[in-house]
Design a binder for this molecule. Structure first.
Ligand SMILES: [Zn+2]
Length: 321
C-alpha cells in the first residue's frame, strides 16, 4: 500500500495539514482516544496527530454484519434505476452480503478485500473472484468495471485521493463510483456528544457536503446522483437503547473498560468485536435500526449528521488514471 502522507505533515511547523488544501486555519472540534478533530475552513475535519501505521489495522471492520446486509437491497434498487446492469466490484466486501444481493439484481460481481480470510471465504461462498489486497496496491485489471462500490471507507483511507484515483482507474469508459459516506463535519460539536464517539483514529477524515464535493472534484469526479439520510433519529435511538439497557449494537471500548474494571486497549477491543460481529445485533434490532437509519432518515429535516448515497463519474475518463 502506498499510503503516502507527505502532504499531510507541514515539516516547518511539524503539524498536520488539511489533505484537501494544505496548511490552513483549522479549529478544534472534538477529542477522542488521544486524537483531536480539527475542522479546516474548507469543510473537512481531520484528526491530529495522524495515526501511525502500527496503531491502525486497516483490515479491521468495525461494523456489525447487519450494517451491510440490511440496506443492501434498498441501495441496489436505487442504483439499478440509473445503472441496471454491468460488472460491479466492491472494495472492502467484508462478508460479501452486499455482493450476494447484487447477484440477485443481475450484476456480475467481484471484490477487493484487504482481510485475507474474509476474501477467501467470500470467493468460496459466492464463487466469484476476490483479490486479497488493499485497493491502492491491487492488481485488478484496469478499465474492467462498470461500477466500483464501497461503503463507509472514505473516512478511513490513509490517502483518499490515491484510493479514489485507483478506483477510477478500474472503470471502463462510462463507468461510475457508487458509495455511502458519512457527512458529519461542519455541524455543531453538540451533535458529537449525542453520537458519543466518532471512531477516531480509525476514522481520519470527516466530510461535509462541501468538502466531499471538493475531494471528488480534485480526483476528476462529478456527482451524478445523491441521496441524503439524516442520522439524528438513528443516534437518538441508539442513545435511548443504551439508556434502557437494550444495548446499542456491539460493545464499545469504553463499555468494555467499565465491565473489565481496567483499561481495554483498542487491539483487545478489536479482537472481542470480531467475535461478536455476527451475533451482536439480533434480527429485530437490526431491522429497527435499518428502518430508522434509511426510511425515517430519508424523511427528516437535513440538520446534524447525515449519510449520503452517491453516484459519481469521471469528468473525463482519460484524466482519471
Ligand atoms: Zn482544507
Amino acid at each position: 500500500v502506498q499510503a503516502d502522507n507527505r502532504f499531510l505533515v507541514d515539516s516547518s511547523a511539524d503539524r498536520v495539514c488539511c489533505p484537501l488544501c494544505g496548511p490552513r486555519d483549522a479549529h478544534f472540534q472534538w477529542r477522542e482516544n488521544g486524537y483531536e478533530g480539527h475542522l479546516c475552513s474548507c469543510g473537512l475535519m481531520y484528526i491530529s496527530p495522524q495515526p501511525s501505521s502500527d496503531v491502525i489495522d486497516l483490515t479491521f471492520d468495525g461494523h456489525l454484519r447487519s450494517y451491510y446486509a440490511r440496506p443492501a437491497r434498498m441501495k441496489l434498487r436505487w442504483l439499478s434505476r440509473s445503472h441496471p446492469v454491468g460488472t460491479l466490484v466492491e472494495v472492502g466486501c467484508g462478508d460479501g452480503d452486499f455482493l450476494e444481493a447484487a447477484i440477485e439484481y443481475g450484476y456480475t460481481v467481484g471484490a477487493i478485500e484487504a482481510h485475507p480470510e474474509r476474501a477467501t471465504q467470500v470467493a468460496k461462498r459466492l464463487g466469484i473472484r476476490v483479490e486479497a489486497a488493499f485497493v491502492e496496491g491491487c492488481q485488478w485489471p484496469k478499465e474492467s468495471c462498470d461500477i466500483v462500490y464501497h461503503c463507509d471507507l472514505l473516512s478511513h483511507f490513509p490517502d483518499p485521493h490515491l484510493a479514489l484515483r485507483q478506483m477510477c482507474s478500474l472503470l471502463r469508459p462510462g463507468g461510475i463510483l457508487f458509495f455511502e459516506v458519512g457527512i458529519v463535519a461542519e455541524i455543531s460539536p453538540r451533535w458529537y456528544r449525542l453520537m458519543t464517539r466518532l471512531g477516531m483514529p480509525e476514522h481520519r477524515w470527516f466530510y461535509s457536503e462541501r468538502s466531499l464535493r471538493r475531494v471528488l472534484s480534485q480526483c476528476g469526479l462529478n456527482i451524478l446522483r445523491l441521496k441524503r439520510f439524516g442520522l439524528a433519529p438513528s443516534f437518538l435511538l441508539s442513545r435511548l437503547g443504551r439508556t434502557i439497557g437494550y444495548g446499542g449494537g456491539a460493545t464499545t471500548p469504553r463499555q468494555m473498560t467499565a465491565t473489565a474494571g481496567q483499561t481495554v486497549g483498542l487491539a483487545e477491543w478489536r479482537r472481542a468485536f470480531e467475535r461478536q460481529r455476527d451475533v451482536a445485533d439480533g434480527p429485530l434490532k437490526a431491522c429497527v435500526h435499518n428502518f430508522v437509519r434509511y426510511r425515517v432518515g430519508a424523511a427528516v429535516p437535513r440538520v446534524g449528521p447525515q449519510t449520503f448515497l452517491v453516484i459519481a463519474a469521471p469528468k473525463d475518463e482519460r484524466a482519471a488514471g
